[in-house]
Design a protein around this ligand. Structure first.
Ligand code: HEC
Length: 164
């Protein structure tokens, strides 16, 4: 009887532990960054045809930072605390009458810092939403996003820098 109990408790422990460990490896989804249009505008960049990244990133993009991320950028820091969010808002850039304007929104890309949850991608969760929708388009954040941002490891994987 005692042996059965020991075996039973042992199995229960293994099952529970397995469950907890499994939870730890599930990468949480990066939520849509509600309200980011009211955050700090960091910079704008226009990427024209002929640029090597035109295929994926061509057009006009604006970068936004929430308060936590903006504070680090303003100080020229290189460590972003958990909860920092950066947004890369990309638009078509049609040229007409000698003016280049914002066209349709192509994608809204997001980086959310949660060091433990996203440790495989430098502590940042990477996600991108198609057009004006909430449709997620990142299927493999390592190859689609992180590998390129990895070049900025010394700046916590962030490219954008603050200008006054
Ligand atoms: C080929 C390289 C490359 C890939 C791949 C890439 N990025 Fe970036 N990303 C950049 C560069 C360069 C910038 C800075 C743009 C600027 O200076 O305006 C940037 C900027 C950003 C920013 C603003 C913060 C920062 O680092 O300046 C976010 C958010 C972002 N990218 C998210 C993503 C997401 C999400 C993916 C994957 C879907 C992705 N990126 C894939 C190169 C890349």
């Amino acid at each position: 009887m005692k042996t059965y109990l020991v075996v039973f408790l042992g199995l229960t422990a293994v099952i529970l532990l397995g469950g907890v460990m499994n939870m730890g490896t599930d990468t949480p989804l990066v939520p849509y960054p509600d309200g980011y249009r009211s955050w700090t505008h960091v910079k704008t960049l226009l990427l024209l045809p002929g640029h090597p990244l035109y295929e994926g990133f061509g057009g006009m993009h604006h970068i936004y930072a929430n308060d936590k991320a903006a504070e680090v950028l303003r100080k020229g820091g290189n460590h972003f605390p958990d909860g920092s969010i950066l947004v890369f808002d990309l638009f078509e850039a049609p040229q007409q009458d000698n003016a280049i304007s914002e066209g349709a929104r192509k994608v809204t890309a997001v980086m959310l810092k949660r060091a433990k949850a996203y440790k495989e991608t430098g502590g940042w969760g990477f996600e991108a939403f198609k057009g004006n929708s909430r449709e997620r388009i990142v299927t493999d954040p390592v190859t689609q996003c992180y590998n390129c941002h990895a070049g900025q490891a010394q700046r916590d994987y962030v490219f954008s820098q603050w200008r006054p």
